[in-house]
Write a protein that binds this ligand. Structure first.
Ligand code: CU
Length: 206
């Protein structure tokens, strides 16, 4: 795709330079009709059709990460203006809920069940997957997978009101062992307020 883009860029730049610097006496040997039909219709149709076919072929892979491992299920609630991540409840221990932080095990698919409590939001972690609109009254799903441990940034990608720009999300991908240890200790920690363990990510981006 990059090679194709470079080829088109070089071609268009060459044509623009030719148009600017050519000898004024020399007239184009290509008729305007051919230029318009070829450059304005045939060329874009061919290129865009090829890109569409390529994109459709890639879509399945983009939506469902590689591997046959069953994904971990998380519930993500979007609201003005934060992301709330609910971890599966165990028979023992306390429910684990994170605000504006998504902790996941690296190397394992994670299926996010997205719901909105108010307006349309859009879940977007550019390094992991495309955008997924979160629409009130609808349940949307997206499967993500971080191949390596690290910290990534997510952002609401649908304008959702005054603090839309601040509706960001920190994704922390950890090794499976670290993740399991964190989840075990988070669900074991008693909370001072209620029966929910909440943790707030450090908001260095504010
Ligand atoms: Cu939003």
């Amino acid at each position: 795709m990059l090679a194709g883009a470079i080829l088109i860029l070089v071609l268009v730049t060459a044509m623009a330079l030719y148009a600017v610097y050519r000898d004024p006496q020399r007239r184009a040997t290509v008729s305007p009709k051919v230029l318009l039909l070829g450059g304005g219709l045939v060329f874009p149709v061919v290129v865009l059709t090829a890109l569409l076919v390529y994109g459709l072929a890639l879509m399945g892979e983009l939506r469902a990460p590689h591997g046959t491992e069953s994904p971990m299920e998380l519930r993500v609630v979007a609201r003005q203006w934060s992301w709330q991540v609910h971890y599966p409840e165990k028979t023992s221990g306390r429910p684990v809920v994170l605000e504006n932080e998504l902790r996941i095990p690296a190397g394992r698919p994670v299926r996010l069940n997205l719901v909105s409590e108010d307006v349309i939001h859009s879940f977007w972690v550019p390094s992991l997957a495309g955008k997924m609109d979160v629409i009130p009254g609808h349940r949307r799903q997206i499967t993500i997978q971080a191949d390596l441990p690290g910290r990534l940034r997510g952002q609401c990608a649908e304008f959702c009101g005054r603090n839309h720009a601040r509706m960001s999300l920190l994704v922390v991908a950890e090794s499976a062992e670290d993740f399991d240890a964190w989840l075990a200790s988070a669900s074991a920690t008693p909370s001072a307020h209620d029966d929910t363990t909440r943790a707030t990510s450090p908001r260095t981006d504010r």
